[in-house]
Design a protein around this ligand. Structure first.
Ligand code: SF4
Length: 232
């Protein structure tokens, strides 16, 4: 074998190993609405997740990205690690997700979500902020307690692309009123989603930076037909 063939073989084996490891962990999402689905505020994406029982195919890049993220999340960095939360918020199915970490610092409880990123942002990203707010809402319902704050902990694999550090946390303190408003927002989104599901209509697009990573992008770009014609 030539050297480059051996190199290609190493990469092939690595991808196969990653795929097997990820697949063995199971991709079962359970029968509830997921916090991660509500992160990007795109009701159309949620709609695709509900009507497409088959998950879109994941390419090699997607597997590698998921693998790195999974490995990051496996490492506990607080006493409350991977806390599952679930609540019924008026819809036909419960709403839930798993909090990465809850840290208590200076007497205050903070939900911390870990993110791998290519470049540390200047502030907490809006989409991820939405995700941790959803966790704060779920925490209130599950424990009848208001969390003091939410945080994102960004981790970068290397310090190129303008990164001067490998890790950066952003915290936002929350009032009980903000958490109550978030509970209402989730209830409203579930109601809109279920309305579209019942009426068999495709929700409007909510175009953001995330669209280029959305597993339903191809379907979404080409899906100008209504639900019945698309026969999904
Ligand atoms: S591509 Fe964008 S607009 Fe379309 S479903 Fe995905 S997130 Fe929504």
């Amino acid at each position: 074998m030539k050297t480059e063939e051996v190199e290609a073989e190493i990469e092939k084996n690595a991808i196969a190993g990653i795929k097997k490891w990820m697949d063995d962990r199971g991709q079962e999402r359970g029968n509830h609405y997921h916090v991660s689905s509500f992160t990007y505020e795109c009701i159309r994406k949620m709609w695709y997740e509900e009507v497409n029982t088959e998950r879109p195919e994941i390419d090699d890049e997607g597997y590698i990205r998921m693998w790195i993220g999974t490995k990051l999340h496996e490492t506990p960095i607080s006493d409350v690690h991977e806390l599952p939360l679930m609540a019924t918020l008026g819809g036909e199915k419960p709403f839930g997700g798993t909090v990465d970490e809850i840290m208590t610092i200076d007497g205050k409880s903070i939900i911390v979500d870990k993110k791998f990123t290519g470049k540390i942002p200047l502030a907490m990203s809006e989409n991820y902020r939405e995700q941790v707010l959803n966790y704060a809402a779920l925490y209130k319902i599950n424990y009848n307690k208001y969390i003091d704050g939410v945080a994102l902990l960004y981790v970068v694999p290397h310090i190129n692309y303008g990164n001067s550090r490998r890790m950066k946390a952003f915290v936002e303190w929350l009032t009980p009123n903000e958490i109550n408003m978030q509970i209402k927002k989730i209830q409203m989104m579930i109601a809109v989603l279920e309305g579209h599901l019942k009426e068999k209509t495709l929700p409007e697009k909510h175009v953001t930076w995330y669209c280029k990573y959305c597993p339903y992008k191809v379907l979404c770009d080409g899906d100008y037909r209504d639900y019945k014609e698309a026969n999904i």
